[in-house]
Design a protein around this ligand. Structure first.
Ligand SMILES: *[C@@H]1O[C@H](CO)[C@@H](O)[C@H](O)[C@H]1NC(C)=O
Length: 235
């Protein structure tokens, strides 16, 4: 009995000592840049944040962010493809994105944004666009909230840490085809607030006021014209 307890215990100790925690003291700064309907989300990810020198263990690793965008915000697949071709950005959309639909008829979308870790840091970005909202009585502003992404890490060699895995697509350099890799989810600290993006909504009350005023002007103009024609005829 005692022997088996000891062997189970020693087994547990061996297992727990070979598993490396996926906690790399990650800090994330997420920012929404620019103004208007076309913006830029940037991500600054710092590993081993409290250390002076970068650790070699993350050499060659790739970060994969899983970003959900609300229905009112989208990334343009054509733009993403162009940036991918130009080797500027590697983003894969998990959904079919219709860039024409207004926010009210759209769904949230999920994107995987990938980039290399250099000197324990990764700087990623995503070009995003706001959808129009259907005009309402009263108009006002619609509020889009963009939450921080989930952060994953893939290292081609070594580094086995115990976090939940997510398969993500990443282009393997020596292969023409895309290939899937298992990314480990990392815990992190986010240094910024949820991104808030407010978009103006058309006001249907103005619509009726504008339509009414337009009709009045048209009627008045026509009457004036008729009157002029009539007067001209009489002369
Ligand atoms: C977004 O910001 C990043 C980092 O500043 C920059 O490299 C990139 O060119 C910007 N993209 C656009 C479309 O403004």
């Amino acid at each position: 009995m005692l022997k088996s307890v000891i062997s189970v215990l020693s087994c547990l100790i061996v297992v727990s000592s070979t598993k490396l925690s996926c906690d790399f003291n990650v800090r994330l700064t997420q920012t929404l840049r620019n103004e208007g309907f076309h913006r830029n989300i940037t991500y600054e990810i710092v590993f081993n944040a409290d250390e002076d020198k970068p650790r070699r263990e993350l050499l060659g690793c790739v970060v994969g962010l899983h970003q959900e965008l609300p229905a009112g915000v989208f990334a343009n697949p054509d733009e993403l493809e162009e940036l991918k071709q130009a080797n500027k950005l590697f983003v894969v959309s998990q959904n079919v994105i219709n860039i024409e639909l207004p926010a009210d008829q759209s769904n949230p979308s999920n994107l995987h944004i990938m980039g290399r870790v250099t000197d324990d840091q990764a700087h990623l970005w995503l070009p995003v666009h706001a959808r129009y909202y259907q005009a309402t009585s009263g108009g006002g502003m619609a509020r889009n909230e963009i939450y921080p992404p989930r952060v994953h890490l893939y290292c081609p060699e070594l580094l086995r840490c115990d976090g939940p895995t997510t398969p993500m697509i990443f282009t393997c350099e020596d292969e023409p085809k895309n290939c899937w890799n298992s990314y480990k989810e990392l815990p992190y600290t986010v240094l910024t607030d949820t991104l808030i993006w407010e978009v103006p909504v058309g006001n249907t009350q103005y619509y009726y006021a504008v339509a009414g005023a337009t009709a009045l002007v048209v009627v008045a103009g026509s009457l004036y014209l008729l009157k002029s024609v009539h007067q001209y005829k009489r002369q």
